[in-house]
Design a protein around this ligand. Structure first.
Ligand code: C2E
Ligand code: MG
Ligand code: MG
Ligand code: MG
Length: 274
């Protein structure tokens, strides 16, 4: 029986591998054209505080493929990082977000909202990244103090001094930094001390079973305390249930993002209910 299972598993594995290599190549070709064909768009997910006030949104990239439909960023971002397409794509994301910030700046009801933009390490480490961002802010007239750049722990590991200098330059313009997916990478806690961060985002994998898993609860609790003592805003990602919200509130976390408050949504429907 073990042999039969082994045989099946092997055949399936090979088939899968072959498809995935072909699929990957095909997807990569399609991604080259996605930008010019207007298949990329941004959806926005609200970030809410403990008074239920919307303080900002996170911009999340979407790709609508003409044949496949929606392709997850978890699939195509890593591809784009490998082949360099993340540079034009990341530029488009930043530009689109800045244009939105500039529009909001003219509307008193929205002027205080921030937009958080995910920045790939590849993109951040380009020698002209500071100039690119400054250029976009000037060109669009977006208020820099409303822009939050989300970076991941992998970036902090690469070249700490250079990364720090880049962050300091952008921060002197008023741009803020969030450390995304906190707790899932390999970064040392000493980076938290050395880098000019403003926000920690607790990864959704710790929030999911917060109410039943004691380890997750301990990690979240400790992260909240750590953020507070470092003077960082802490944001819980992936909040889906009222009970999770109550727990977080009770443990001193006052900023949230998750399906409980709203799913990522095209801009035209974002504040429909308001
Ligand atoms: P992320 O930056 O950590 O974004 C949060 C992810 O969690 C998003 O997935 C969002 O849709 C999802 N999410 C939000 N609330 C909930 C919830 O309550 N429950 C669950 N189960 N999920 C929730 P999404 O949009 O699929 O994006 C996945 C990742 O792709 C992002 O993770 C980010 O790392 C990357 N990404 C997305 N847009 C961009 C971009 O413009 N540039 C770069 N470099 N990466 C991006
Ligand atoms: Mg993010
Ligand atoms: Mg995250
Ligand atoms: Mg993520």
């Amino acid at each position: 029986q073990a042999k039969a299972v082994g045989g099946n598993t092997l055949r399936f594995f090979n088939m899968e591998m072959q498809t995935s290599v072909l699929e990957r190549a095909k997807l990569e070709g399609d991604l080259h054209q996605a930008l010019e064909r207007n298949e990329l768009s941004l959806h926005y997910q609200v970030q809410v505080d403990h008074h239920d006030i919307t303080t900002g949104v996170e911009a999340l990239l979407r790709w609508y493929h003409p044949q496949r439909g929606w392709v997850s960023p978890a699939t195509f971002i890593p591809l784009a990082e490998e082949n360099g397409l993340i540079l034009p794509i990341g530029f488009w994301v930043l530009k689109t977000a800045c244009e939105q910030l500039a529009k909001w700046a003219l509307q008193p009801a929205y002027a205080a909202l921030t937009i958080s933009v995910n920045v790939s390490s590849v993109q951040f480490q380009q020698p002209d990244f500071v100039r690119t961002v400054e250029g976009l802010l000037a060109q669009t007239q977006a208020p820099p103090s409303r822009l939050v750049l989300e970076v991941t722990e992998s970036l902090l590991m690469s070249e700490p001094t250079r990364v720090r200098n880049t962050m300091l330059k952008l921060r002197s313009q008023g741009i803020r930094f969030a450390l995304d997916d906190f707790g899932t990478g390999y970064s040392s806690l000493s980076y938290l001390k050395r880098l000019p961060l403003d926000e920690l985002k607790i990864d959704q994998s710790f929030i999911r079973e917060l109410l039943t898993d004691k380890t997750d609860a301990a990690i979240v609790d400790t992260t909240i305390l750590l953020a507070a003592s470092l003077g960082l805003t802490v944001v819980a990602e992936g909040v889906e249930k009222k009970e999770q919200l109550d727990w977080l509130k009770g443990h001193g976390c006052y900023h949230y993002q998750g399906y409980l408050f709203g799913r990522p949504t095209p801009i035209e429907y974002l504040f429909e209910a308001y």
